[in-house]
Design a protein around this ligand. Structure first.
Ligand code: GLV
Length: 389
């Protein structure tokens, strides 16, 4: 047969990727050691050398999460994959779940849990607020959920959720605690075991400065036991935690092929975790706190309003700033991208149209990044048209 589609002319041109400073909520720029890791030749997913790299990654995740859980691994897919893995594996159809919905991440968990036929209860808050222990206790008593979902770093609103005491509280109510730390891991303290978190997940593309497309996850013994004693198989084969646990060497059985993992991205993740271990978690937390507080002071000097009013509730990784009055947020983000080679973004979900979001993640959490974005914002406020809203 003659071919009906010719080789595309577009592909004869060289690949063009602009070089930008990524100060959105992620992906953040890759650190140079991570870029180098991505230039290695690929190896097969069933070779001992690959298993060793996967084991190194598991050690790195345990350090970053501060956990000793055996069932700790990386997933092929960004943070959304980890969200879906938690829901699909932990919850059986008809079970009651409770979700803290104070931004887009809670909204998405609700959508995922509804898809599998869970009884979903939402605790809805206006964007920019977090949950107190008293509020959570009320929800647990009222709805008797088997799982409670909470977001540590709410990147759509800029909120940092406190975590001390929530695990014990959930356990007193026979409920498992799942925490999303995609936007906070490495930037704000988190102690999985001490805080009694049953499932914790994060992403590769934020503080870890790794390519997007991988997530990290760990399960407590209670969570593992719920998954391994399910009455029904989870609806997805690819995201079945029992199969993944085996392939990642987290059960006591010989490893069996499950799916082909993103080998090169895992090399990169291994190096990101090594960098975090070299730097030390406490130093990394302090670096983010200091850089972000400096950003907040400089934004306020420009006359801009921080979206989260309570200083201790502000996420030390992603900052939300109210869109300056009279401006269209899109004009500002486009101006920074085109004229200053800096990415910042607008709001997301419930914060869409309300805020600009600036992320200082990993190697980007520096005073120099803040100085650059503040200079660019000053320039944007002078040059972007004021619209009549
Ligand atoms: C993605 O994680 C975002 O916060 O935009």
């Amino acid at each position: 047969h003659p071919l009906i589609v010719a080789p595309p002319a577009s592909l004869r041109k060289p690949l063009r990727v602009p070089n930008k400073l990524l100060l959105g909520p992620g992906p953040a720029n890759l650190s140079s050691r991570v870029i180098l890791a991505g230039t290695h030749q690929v190896i097969g997913p069933l070779q001992d050398e690959m298993y060793k790299i996967m084991d190194d990654i598991k050690d790195g995740i345990r350090y970053a999460f501060q956990t000793q859980n055996t069932l700790t691994l990386a997933l092929s897919g960004s943070g959304h994959t980890a969200m879906e893995v938690s829901v699909l594996n932990l919850v059986e159809p008809g079970e009651s779940v409770l979700v803290g919905v104070n931004g887009i991440w809670g909204e998405r968990i609700v959508d995922m849990a509804e898809r599998i036929g869970a009884k979903v209860h939402q605790m809805v808050k206006v964007p920019g607020e977090y949950y107190t222990l008293q509020e959570v206790e009320k929800g647990l008593t009222q709805h008797k959920p088997v799982v409670f979902f909470l977001t540590h770093g709410e990147s759509s609103t800029g909120i940092l959720q406190p975590l001390d005491g929530y695990g014990d509280l959930c356990h007193r109510h026979d409920c498992l605690l799942v925490v999303d730390s995609v936007a906070s891991l490495g930037g704000a303290p988190i102690y999985m075991d001490k805080q009694g978190i049953d499932v914790l997940y994060s992403g590769s593309q934020k503080v870890l400065n790794s390519p997007p497309g991988i997530s990290l996850i760990s399960f407590s013994e209670k969570a593992r036991s719920k998954i391994f004693n399910r009455k029904t198989k989870p609806l997805s084969f690819v995201l079945d935690m029992k199969l993944l646990a085996n392939y990642w060497g987290c059960d006591n059985n010989p490893r069996v092929y499950h799916h082909t993992i993103p080998i090169i991205s895992l090399f990169a993740l291994r190096e990101s975790l090594a960098l975090l271990a070299d730097e030390g978690l406490e130093k990394s937390w302090k670096k983010h706190q200091e850089a972000t507080e400096y950003l907040h002071r400089e934004l306020q000097k420009l006359g801009l309003q921080l979206f989260v009013k309570e200083p201790k509730a502000r996420l030390p990784t992603v900052t939300t700033v109210a869109v300056p009055q009279g401006y269209n947020w899109k004009n500002i983000t486009t101006y920074l991208w085109k004229k200053h080679d800096i990415e910042i973004v607008g709001g997301l979900g419930p914060s869409a149209g309300l805020v600009l979001r600036i992320g200082l993640l990993g190697c980007n959490a520096t005073k120099a990044s803040v100085d650059r974005v503040i200079l660019a914002l000053k320039d944007a406020l002078r040059h972007c048209p004021k619209s009549k809203l």
